[in-house]
Design a protein around this ligand. Structure first.
Ligand code: CA
Length: 231
């Protein structure tokens, strides 16, 4: 059974989240204090964290950052404030997803499941035997052959284009800032700047998207960067 830790100080919200998750077969702990939540997150074994931003004793940003220094466990951040959401998206804290309050518990469960199965794909079997192919909505990324096809048609991608699509598609739904993409694919030392990312995304879309201005795979998150569409 998958274990989830909810770090949330508003009792009614935490209980609503727990009830929904439990009714979908998850084992759920609730912790109202930020600092204790971090301690539990680091010391115990959980499969996913649902993390509120405004918490007593330590805020969700700091908790997220500290969890990420130690673990890759999926983190779903929750906040009522729009400026927090901008911060979550922009800071590259390592959160996998975020939701704004008020949210639909059904939507939360759907996202929790999506992130758990993605994480299972990346670790579980993946640790021993890396997934060699990603298949989604007609797109096939073959990591061994370094090849991308769309509806069976091979697309000639450059190395950087291939790395971009592979990274984005490995984390569906997760927003990557342009800075993070640049850092992960080009590296700090390389020439160029984040405008390079924009240029490569445009070329990539021209190659793989049927309608580059209405993309099916790579979505623009205005003012931040990009994400691979969940559906
Ligand atoms: Ca709170």
């Amino acid at each position: 059974m998958k274990r989830i830790l909810i770090i949330e100080d508003e009792g009614a919200i935490a209980e609503l989240q727990r009830d929904y998750l439990e009714s979908h077969g998850f084992f759920v702990d609730i912790e109202p204090r930020g600092d204790v939540g971090l301690q539990k997150a680091l010391q115990e074994t959980y499969d996913l964290f649902v993390l509120d931003v405004m918490l007593p004793f330590m805020d969700g940003f700091e908790i997220c950052r500290k969890i990420r220094q130690n673990k890759n466990t999926p983190i779903l951040m929750i906040s009522a404030r729009k400026e927090d959401i901008d911060k979550i998206r922009g800071l590259g804290l390592g959160a996998d997803d975020y939701m704004t309050k008020p949210f639909s518990p059904g939507e939360m469960v759907a996202r929790v499941k999506a992130h758990l199965s993605r994480f299972d794909r990346l670790t579980g079997t993946a640790a021993a035997e890396a997934p060699e192919q990603i298949r989604v909505r007609g797109l096939l990324i073959d990591k061994t052959a370094h090849q991308v096809t769309v509806n069976g048609e091979e697309k000639g991608l450059t190395n950087k284009e291939f790395e971009l699509i592979q990274l984005l598609a490995s984390y569906p739904g997760r927003v990557f800032s342009k800075e993070e993409l640049f850092e992960r694919i080009w590296g700090f030392d390389s020439l160029g700047d984040i405008a390079t990312v924009t240029v490569h995304i445009r070329r990539l879309r021209e190659k793989i998207e049927e309608f580059p201005s209405d993309p099916k795979y790579i979505e623009t998150v205005w003012g931040i960067g990009y994400r691979f569409k969940l559906s």
